[in-house]
Structures are given as C-alpha cells and as structure tokens.
Design a protein around this ligand. Structure first.
Ligand code: GLU
Length: 282
C-alpha cells in the first residue's frame, strides 16, 4: 500500500503475502486503484471514548464515525477484518497523520484551515455544532456568555477549547482534559460547571446508562463543525473517499448510520447542514 510510511513488520509480512497472492485475485474487487489496495490492512484512527461516534467496548468498535469508516474502507477495497483501529485523541490527530501512524482518521475531526497546514481532509461527511453540557437541573447556563467566572471543561487540541480561548478568555476558566468522557466525570462530581464540545458528542455522552438523567445539552449551537476524514498531506485518496461518502449518502446507509447511532440520545442533526456535500479535493 502506498500511504503508510514506516512499515511495521506485520505490514511488511502482509505486503509480501499480497505480492505472492496478487494473481489469485483475493481482493473483493472494491479497490479504487490497481497495485495492491485491498490486500493489506488499513489503519484507521477513531475515538475510543465517545459513545455513538467512536467507542471501544472490549473488541467491539461502534459509532457513527466507525460506520462511516467501515463504509469508506470497503469502497477503497478493505474488508472489515483488514481494518486496524487506532485510538486518536484530539490532540494527537495531526501528528498521527503526519508520522504515518494512521492512514485515515474518522474522529469527530473538524476541517479547519489551521489543520490543513499540516494534514489533508476528505469530506465533510457530517456537520455538528459546538454546544454546552450542564447538569439536568441547571437553568442558568444557556450559552457561552453565561459562563463568566465558571469552570468549563474541554479537550486539549480541539476546536472547542480553541473557540473558548479565542472568544471567552478572561471570562471563563477553561479546564482541559484529554477526552470528553473525563470532562463529563468532572461535571458529575461538581469539579466544573459545564462541558463544551460538539452537540452530537455531548448528546452521546449524556445518553449512556451511567449518565442517564444527570445531564442535558443546552441546545444552542454556536459554531459549525464540519467533520472531515483526516489524511496525510500527500495522500492520493481524497477523491476516492469523497466518492465513497457520496455513495453512502445516496444509498441511504448514511441516514441509517446516523439514526442507529443517535438512538436513545436527545439529538437531532441539523437538517439544513446535513448531509453535507464533500468539498472539492485540493
Ligand atoms: N470537532 C472538534 C474538533 O475536531 C471537537 C471534537 C473533537 O475534539 O474531536 O476539534
């Protein structure tokens, strides 16, 4: 395969096996390009701690990002058992792509100009909005302007934390954690007054059995977060990924995946913005 940089021993073994079996036509025929895709594995970065989006439970990986990733991988010629899932926390995503630790990232990863300086993006495949999560009985906090003097949790390396630093520095006390589940734990124990990130992430965390009835999403989104598929800057897969996303929307699998993964959560995606049309590849 062309876009993994340092080859692991396992990848090398797989590539060798592919060379030997290439004439046998062992791949499923879904590959976009000739020359080996479909015989190797693909390393896909996801979140492990965002229920409904990217979640690891034992050896099971679930969520909307996981479903979109599986669909796209299949269109690129990879079966599910050729996917190697890799945890990609918010702060590590650009590095993981630039270092070749993963081939693609589907991890509630907003497309931004700043990130585009170091990585590439296909998509978007979803548009969310930044919002706030508060205790169920809290009626004072309706938006970020109500956070003066309050403790607010978000995640290092996210657009959510950056937005607060850019626009509410000095009024809000921002507490940064490595993941949103950690923030929700702090909210539950009274360590912070609110958690901020994308509405769909907050709704998924609020809907777990353990959190049921404890928290609510304020419901006043104040940004647009376009979720892209992170790829390395020199990847040649952008168009194939965009074609796969378009196919997923057209055949109904996108809608099914959103519905399935938000079931039980108090969440409805913004119909004016979804499903989005992928941007032209650079
Ligand atoms: N979508 C935002 C971002 O890419 C927030 C969610 C996240 O941290 O994954 O930074």
């Amino acid at each position: 395969m062309k876009y993994g940089k340092p080859m692991t021993l396992a990848a090398l073994a797989a590539a060798t096996a592919l060379t030997l079996t290439a004439c046998g036509g062992s791949d499923d025929g879904g590959g976009e390009s000739s020359g080996g895709d479909g015989g190797d594995s693909v390393r896909i970065g996801i979140k492990y701690d965002q229920p409904g989006l990217g979640f690891k439970d034992g050896e099971e990986y679930t969520g909307f990002d996981v479903d979109v990733a599986k669909y796209v991988a299949k269109e690129l010629g990879y079966s599910e058992d050729q996917i190697e899932w890799v945890e990609s926390p918010s702060a590590n995503r650009e590095n993981m792509l630039s270092n070749g630790q993963v081939d693609m990232i589907f991890a509630t990863y907003s497309i931004t100009d700043k990130r585009k300086e170091s990585v590439g993006f296909a998509g978007p495949y979803f548009v969310a909005g930044q919002d706030l999560l508060v205790s169920q009985d809290n009626s004072d906090i309706q938006g970020p302007e109500d956070l003066e003097g309050k403790n607010l949790c978000s995640v290092t390396g996210s657009t959510s934390a950056q937005k607060i630093k850019d626009e509410y520095a000095g009024t809000v006390n921002l507490v940064e954690q490595g993941g949103y589940a950690d923030c929700v734990t702090m909210l539950g124990s009274g360590g912070v007054d609110a958690v901020t990130t994308d509405d769909i992430i907050l709704a998924g965390l609020a809907a777990t059995d353990a959190n049921s009835g404890k928290f609510k999403v304020v419901g006043n989104p104040f940004t647009e977060e376009k979720y892209g598929v992170g790829i390395s800057k020199d990847s040649d897969k952008c168009q194939a990924i965009n074609d796969a996303i378009t196919k997923m929307v057209d055949d109904g699998a996108w809608e099914d995946a959103v519905t399935k993964n938000t079931e039980g959560a108090d969440y409805k995606y913004n119909e004016d913005l979804n499903p989005p049309t992928p941007d032209a590849c650079a």
